[in-house]
Design a protein around this ligand. Structure first.
Ligand SMILES: [Zn+2]
Length: 135
């Protein structure tokens, strides 16, 4: 799948492969999904922020993370303007795909069964995120 949109951060496929781990590359650049429960970020409970593993843009504050029980890091709200969505019709399902607004990296999907105040569940791949604890 080729994304024609221009993002502020763009790299060639070869450059992405060189700068990301194989798991990060599979998720961010090839719309992969990490195995349920595989990310150490599932258990991350400290204050801080979650950044895009591709370009370092802050995406989620730790205060919006919650335990969804799905096995993927889940949040109810992104930082304003940090993510964009597209309609994903792969795997015979219609889902809303979520990607970083800065580099276009695939992060996960958003669903309508989240907690208040937004009612949204941003189901993210931990491999697409890096955690920066509050100092
Ligand atoms: Zn990014």
């Amino acid at each position: 799948m080729k994304d024609e949109k221009d993002f502020p951060v763009t790299k060639s496929d070869t450059e992405w492969q060189a700068s990301l781990t194989p798991t990060e590359y599979a998720v961010l650049r090839q719309h992969g999904t990490e195995p349920r429960g595989s990310s150490p970020l599932n258990k991350e409970k400290r204050s801080g922020e979650f950044l895009c593993a591709g370009c370092g843009q802050p995406l989620f504050d730790a205060g919006t993370k919650y335990e969804s029980g799905t096995g993927w890091p889940s949040f109810y709200a992104p930082r304003e303007g940090s993510v964009e969505t597209t309609t994903d019709r792969s795997h015979s399902m219609t889902r809303t795909e979520v990607h970083c607004s800065r580099c276009g990296g695939h992060l996960g999907h958003v669903f309508n069964d989240g907690p208040k105040p937004t009612g949204l569940r941003y189901c993210m791949n931990g491999a697409a995120l890096s955690f920066k604890p509050e100092e």
